[in-house]
Design a protein around this ligand. Structure first.
Ligand code: APR
Length: 237
């Protein structure tokens, strides 16, 4: 049990949004079992066929727009509201379900489906329903619009702030992530090295399970609210 005032750092992955209808990547039937990530989630794949990549993200964006937060997202928003200490919420997800649930701030280390970015000047703008290769950047007018997500081989965002949070964490919690993609997969080790306890809340044991002090397995929509209720007793407002 964490003492009131403790600093809790939370990392979420695709598994927290699975029960909101958004597919994960590496589960049976996951996105990377149906599509080749080299074609859809690398700068090289985008350069080879920008139309194919933009069509994929147009499809994913529509799914994200139709999705609603589930009890796991709502429980984390409650924790950020009610916990008598600092909560740093980091997500690998590019959906906005944490924000829709009321979480703030949310550190998106892999970017967002809901914004577009100019590959030429770096300008960001709200992603239109359908992005196409001939879309021009509203700022520099270059035909260089791309999804504002971090692809394999690119550097995730906010790593300095995340590193500072991990160094100050009393408890690190990984939720709905397979622990296979770095640097996120190394966060538990970094937090532990700085003296934090580590907890995994996941449907099944993850690849980096051995680095966690405790693991609870089950659907996030059940095990995350149970965990938060134990930390913040009393009726959820
Ligand atoms: N409740 C809890 N956990 C779940 C649920 C659920 N309902 N459904 C699936 N999971 C777990 C799976 O057991 C798995 O461990 O969520 C994890 C999902 O793992 P991945 O599909 O690998 O997703 P993630 O860890 O977020 O991937 C990391 O890889 O492709 C890149 O950039 C992409 O951010 C992504 C990164």
């Amino acid at each position: 049990m964490s003492k009131p005032g403790a600093h809790i750092v939370i990392l979420t992955g695709a598994g927290i949004s699975a029960e909101s209808g958004l597919g994960t990547f590496r589960d049976v039937g996951g996105l990377w079992s149906r599509y080749d990530w080299r074609d859809l989630a690398t700068p090289e794949g985008f350069a080879r066929d920008p139309g194919f990549v933009l069509d994929f993200y147009n499809w994913r964006r529509e799914r994200v727009r139709a999705a609603k937060p589930n009890p796991a997202h709502l429980a984390l928003a409650r924790l950020q509201r009610d916990w008598e200490g600092e909560v740093t919420l980091v997500t690998q997800n590019v959906d906005d379900l944490h924000e829709q649930a009321g979480s703030a701030p949310v550190i998106h280390m892999h970017g967002s489906h809901l914004t577009a970015r100019c590959a030429a000047c770096g300008h960001r703008w709200p992603a239109p329903r359908e992005m196409a290769p001939e879309d021009r950047c509203p700022a520099c007018r270059a035909e260089a619009a791309r999804p504002d997500v971090v692809w394999f081989g690119e550097t995730p965002h906010h790593l300095e702030a995340i590193g500072a949070a991990l160094a100050a964490a009393d408890l690190f919690v990984a939720i709905g992530t397979s622990g296979t993609v770095y640097p996120a997969a190394g966060f538990a080790g970094a937090a532990r090295a700085a003296g934090a306890r580590t907890l995994m809340l996941n449907l099944e044991p993850a690849e980096n399970a051995d680095i966690f002090d405790e693991a609870r397995h089950g659907p996030a929509s059940r095990i995350v609210p149970d965990w938060v209720a134990a930390l913040c007793p009393g009726e959820a407002p």
